[in-house]
Design a protein around this ligand. Structure first.
Ligand code: UT7
Length: 335
């Protein structure tokens, strides 16, 4: 019997209109445009002024539904990858379910930080492939500005807000779709990138607020080293497992945390820069949204084509990291 294969049948993204540029940040902390661009590749980020992560997700879903005309009532499951849920509970998946009127769906949030989208994609594909769901909505959305300390120059230059969404369905042709996944985590990396306050370990108090524990903490250097190794190793691993060379891969779709990490991964895979999706310059690091945001932009532009092999790769807090091999099945949007 041929393998049942999940595939991406629709994609959409949303970024709020307000821009926070490097020049704006120069007025807020001791930094400069040249340092930010050369050390990270970022020029500007989008910031959600009013609203929450669910609104970023809903914006992405609406963009997706503009191309794929299905009713929200047809969706079976909603999985939201995020580290900035609207609230601890109810889940952002429930909030999105209500906002879009997906009356027949159940769903949940998934916490995989910058690898959250890949973790959610692999999870959602299981339901499609085992036949228990036919339409699974995967959302990667983060309002990173809600946990960014705009007095800390080490982190505030890095992050932005956005949402991305994809629909998973059964592939008509098992040669297309999500072909392979390699996902990892290593909790020993936790101390280097985290948000200490607000959970059961450090419930919110005046002290946790005074100590700025409700913001992102990052020790950049060890995270950078681990990210270069983790993202490059797992991307090379997924190519070896599937006997692919750089020539066989049409696009690397990397998590957008730092252009230097992306470059190192592309080099290790033997992939030319012209085959790497990069939009970190315009969005910064939007955590769970980076990969679907790239997929949506490149698909809309017509550059991501049916039949292309693409490698999605990520590294983030946890540590979490992974790579997913996809043979893209979605035809280009109608002009
Ligand atoms: O998505 C989740 C995973 N996260 C990542 O993958 C991020 C990984 N880490 C990084 O991308 C990089 O470590 C950063 C971009 C965060 C920092 O770059 P770096 O090259 O590792 O810089 P650094 O932290 O070693 O700092 C170098 C210098 C320091 O000054 P001294 O000590 O050499 O005098 C910093 O104080 O740059 C200084 N610096 C800045 N200068 C201007 C740090 N931040 C800034 C800033 N503007 N914003």
């Amino acid at each position: 019997m041929a393998k049942r294969r999940a595939t991406i049948t629709a994609v959409g993204h949303y970024a709020p209109s307000k821009i926070l540029s490097n020049a704006d940040l120069e007025k807020m902390v001791d930094t400069n445009d040249e340092w930010i661009r050369t050390r990270t590749g970022i020029s500007e980020r989008h910031i959600l002024e009013n609203g929450a992560t669910s609104d970023l997700g809903v914006g992405a879903i609406q963009a997706m539904l503009a191309h794929r005309k299905i009713e929200p009532t047809e969706i079976d499951i909603i999985i939201v990858a995020t580290v900035t849920p609207d609230m601890f509970f109810p889940s952002t998946a429930c909030i999105i379910q209500d906002k879009i009127g997906a009356k027949n769906a159940w769903g949940f949030d998934l916490s995989g930080a910058c690898s959250g989208f890949l973790f959610a994609l692999h999870t959602g594909a299981q339901f499609v492939e085992n036949g228990t769901a036919s339409k699974v909505l995967i959302v990667g959305a983060d309002k990173m500005s809600s946990i960014t300390d705009y007095s800390d120059r080490n982190t505030c230059i890095l992050f932005g807000d956005a949402g991305g969404a994809v629909l998973l369905e059964l592939s008509e042709d098992p040669e297309y779709g999500i072909l392979d996944n390699r996902l990892y985590c290593d909790g020993a990396g936790g101390p280097f990138l985290n948000m200490k306050g607000g959970g059961s370990l450090n419930p919110p108090t005046h002290e946790t607020v005074d100590k700025r524990m409700h913001y992102i903490y990052q020790d950049g250097k060890p995270v950078f080293k681990a990210a270069v190794k983790g993202m490059a190793d797992v991307s090379a691993e997924i190519m070896e497992r599937n006997k692919l060379t750089g020539d066989d891969v049409s696009w690397l779709v990397p998590h957008q945390a730092n252009l230097r990490i992306i470059d190192a991964t592309a080099d290790r895979m033997g992939i030319d820069r012209s085959k790497v999706m990069i939009n970190i310059d315009r969005y910064g690091n939007t955590t769970a949204a980076t990969i679907p945001l790239c997929l949506s932009e490149w698909w809309l532009s017509g550059k991501l084509k049916r039949g292309q092999n693409i490698v999605l790769a990520s590294f983030g807090a946890g540590y979490t990291w992974g790579a997913t091999l996809v043979r893209w099945s979605l035809e280009n949007p109608k002009p």
